[in-house]
Design a protein around this ligand. Structure first.
Ligand SMILES: Cc1ncc(COP(=O)(O)O)c(C=O)c1O
Length: 439
């Protein structure tokens, strides 16, 4: 591990060799062994992303004046996203570095709306308990008050409970399409209607679904409305670097109109370094991420996205049918390739460890304990068959009383029993300290 900057440089090929060797311990996402973090659309798409990214590797999206190319690409990406999500010509947005930044911008805009339009000093937002922690991070960063609304038995947010949480300072209600944990879509029509009735904003987090659900619907999947077609929805987040298959660092945040988006911008006219105008959270905005998103959308087109959505829907059905046939339970009614499953008979964390030992990385969930799956085109065909064969083998061995291999089951079991969340937070902080320690 290097501790200081090397005195003299290393030749390019040697540096590249070192870089490649660093991959050795990484998750084998290309083989479909992981179920999150990477959305692989094939080698050809990967190469296009690399080419497009390198073409604009130096350009900076902070200045659309210096780089009109990036301005044009960003406007096109935002327009394509808006039209996929039933937005009309009034819908405006920006690209961001990812789901978290899109959500942070939506929360910041709601806060400014609350302060400037409604005169509320300390705005309050209501977020489903299943919503991504990016909302918790955003309210933390922007010092906004919030409540989590509880879920119903089907894992959708309880809209009646949401209504009870509304107070005079409330400015925003949130729904997910779908939520990460169980892959179910909240009742967006009901949330947006409630928001409209109470004169509030309504944000739909479609980070996962924004570039998947429109195609699933076109393929005939029956879906409750979740986008700008629903009256009362005022903003949406949708990640290009997930099911949009873009390079990492690309998402969009969209607003019903330009007046709402205005609350997102940051400007500062008092700096002796010049006039400063920044559309989103980051200062410098990597041109490569914008160019790669633009390139993949043009390259795949509707047909390319439909082909991939079809593959995901088919693999998911095959996977869920097999999982149910093994006696395992799929939680709720997931709408696409994101879902969770658990078991009444075996410890799912031990099942996760047994799958780890077979090379598969499934994320663990709590409340209720479950394993999480995120199907992508990389999981089709032989990968799926091998996965299901391994799952069946691991499950039947555990059910027969064979001990699970060592893994994280004990830790997850223990964490689930600690009533004091602050204690778990402390544990997670220590974990981060250790992970990023230079020693
Ligand atoms: C529903 C949802 N929203 C937001 C995010 C945050 O996205 P990112 O990790 O790109 O910041 C995720 C990430 O998985 C997500 O699933």
């Amino acid at each position: 591990m290097a501790k200081t900057l090397p005195k003299s440089g290393t030749p390019r090929e040697a540096v590249m060799q070192q870089l490649r060797s660093l991959h050795t311990e990484d998750a084998k996402w290309k083989d479909g062994k992981t179920f999150s973090l990477v959305y692989f659309a094939g080698d050809e798409v990967s190469q296009l992303l690399k080419d497009a990214y390198s073409e604009f590797i130096a350009e900076n999206g902070l200045s659309p004046i210096a780089f009109p190319s990036l301005r044009q690409m960003e406007c096109e990406v935002v327009s394509m996203a808006a039209s996929l999500l039933s937005g009309d010509d009034d819908v405006q947005g920006t690209m961001t570095s990812g789901g978290t930044e899109s959500i942070m911008m939506a929360i910041k805009s709601a806060r400014e709306f609350g302060r400037k339009v409604k005169g509320i000093k300390r705005p309050h937002v209501i977020v489903p308990a299943s919503a991504h922690p990016a909302f918790d991070k955003a309210v933390h960063y922007f010092d906004v008050d919030y409540d989590h609304a509880p879920l119903m038995a089907d894992f959708r947010v309880d809209v009646a409970a949401m209504e009870r949480l509304i107070r005079p300072e409330t400015v925003l209600l949130v729904g997910s399409a779908p939520a990460y944990p169980q892959g179910v879509i909240d009742d967006i029509t009901a949330i947006a209607a409630l928001a409209k009735k109470k004169d509030l904003l309504c944000h739909v987090d479609a980070c996962l679904g924004g570039f998947f659900l429109p195609f699933a619907r076109k393929l005939g999947r029956q879906l409750a409305p979740f986008d700008f077609a629903v009256e009362g929805v005022t903003s949406m987040s949708a990640d290009l670097h997930k099911y949009g298959y873009a390079a990492k660092g690309a998402s969009v945040v969209l607003y019903r109109n330009g007046a709402l988006r205005r609350h997102q911008f940051f400007t500062y006219a008092g700096w002796n370094g010049g006039l400063y105008a920044s559309p989103s959270f980051c200062g410098t905005r990597p041109g490569g991420a914008i160019a790669a998103a633009w390139a993949v959308m043009h390259h795949l087109g509707e047909e390319g996205y439909l082909t991939r959505a079809k593959s995901i829907l088919e693999s998911t059905k095959q996977m869920q049918d097999a999982i149910r046939a093994m006696g395992l339970k799929v939680l709720g009614e997931p709408v696409g390739g994101v879902f969770a499953f658990n078991s009444d008979t075996v410890n799912v964390y031990e099942l996760g460890d047994a799958m780890d030992a077979r090379g598969w990385k499934l994320d663990r969930q709590m409340n209720p304990p479950a394993l999480h799956v995120m199907v992508t085109p990389a999981h089709a065909g032989p990968v799926l068959e091998k996965f299901l064969a391994d799952l069946k083998d691991a499950h039947s061995k555990l059910a027969a009383g064979e001990p699970a291999p060592d893994g994280s089951a004990a830790m997850y079991g223990m964490v689930g029993t600690i009533p004091d969340r602050a204690q778990v937070d402390e544990f997670l902080n220590e974990f981060l300290d250790g992970l990023f320690s230079r020693a």
